[in-house]
Each structure stands twice: as structure tokens, then as C-alpha cells.
Design a protein around this ligand. Structure first.
Ligand code: AMP
Ligand code: ZN
Length: 116
């Protein structure tokens, strides 16, 4: 999509700090980290959010979780990590291109009102 921030980042039209890329996904550092490690993993196909996942595009979700496990292993997140996707207004989704937050590097609590 021409007006999508993450499509522009994937296309290299807006700079980002890349941490991983393959033919299906792109991963980069979140610009406003909420944990010592805060990456975003996004599909290269524009999908507006988790509510738009279907049998045609769910392969991206499976692959994103494979990539998260690989990044965690490669970067040594031995104490654990968290994967989050926000979908829709109530969840606070601010960029309408499917993305998974990968958080690590601190002991995290658990609340629906806080990611970390
Ligand atoms: P969400 O609020 O779940 O939709 O997540 C969107 C995330 O994108 C937020 O954590 C933002 O900090 C992050 N973000 C917004 N613009 C950029 C950017 N240009 N580069 C990296 N991360 C960004
Ligand atoms: Zn997009």
C-alpha cells in the first residue's frame, strides 16, 4: 500500500534499523522501545492486522514465529521473550500493517494494559 508506513520501511523508502530479512518478512528495531530488546517483525505482504489473517496469508504468521525463535536463539534471549500483536482500536494498534512486537531483555509483568 502506497501510504503505509511499514510498506515504505520494507521498500527502503523510510530508514529503519534492520535486524533480519528474508523473502517473506522484515524485522527492525522499534523506534520507541518499551524493553531493552524491542523488535518489530512484519510480513512483506500488506495485511492490515490480525483480523485479516486467513487461510491464504496465515503462512506469514507461522513464518514470523519461526523467525522470532531464530532471532531469540541467535541473539541469546536465554531468559525468555514475549511476542505481541495489537489489533484494532481497543488494543491500541497504531500502524495498520500486521506486525509482531518481539520483546526481551527484562523481567516482564503481565497486564492487559501494559506490554512489559
Ligand atoms: P502498534 O502500536 O502495536 O501498532 O505498534 C506500532 C509500533 O511501531 C510502535 O511500537 C511504534 O513505536 C513503532 N513505530 C512507529 N514508527 C516507527 C518507525 N518509523 N520505525 C520503527 N518503529 C516505528
Ligand atoms: Zn503495509
Amino acid at each position: 500500500m502506497s501510504d503505509c508506513l511499514f510498506c515504505k520501511i520494507i521498500a527502503g523508502e523510510i530508514p529503519s534499523s534492520k535486524v533480519y530479512e528474508d523473502d517473506m518478512v522484515y524485522a527492525f528495531k522499534d523506534i520507541e522501545p518499551v524493553a531493552p530488546i524491542h523488535y518489530l517483525i512484519v510480513p512483506k505482504e500488506h495485511i492490515s492486522g490480525a483480523s485479516e489473517i486467513n487461510s491464504e496469508n496465515s503462512k506469514y504468521v507461522a513464518h514470523i514465529f519461526e523467525v522470532a525463535a531464530k532471532i531469540a536463539a541467535d541473539e541469546g534471549f536465554s531468559d525468555g521473550f514475549r511476542i505481541i500483536t495489537n489489533c484494532g482500536e481497543d488494543a491500541g494498534q497504531s500502524v495498520h500493517h500486521l506486525h509482531f512486537h518481539l520483546l526481551a531483555g527484562k523481567k516482564m509483568g503481565w497486564s492487559s494494559d501494559s506490554a512489559v
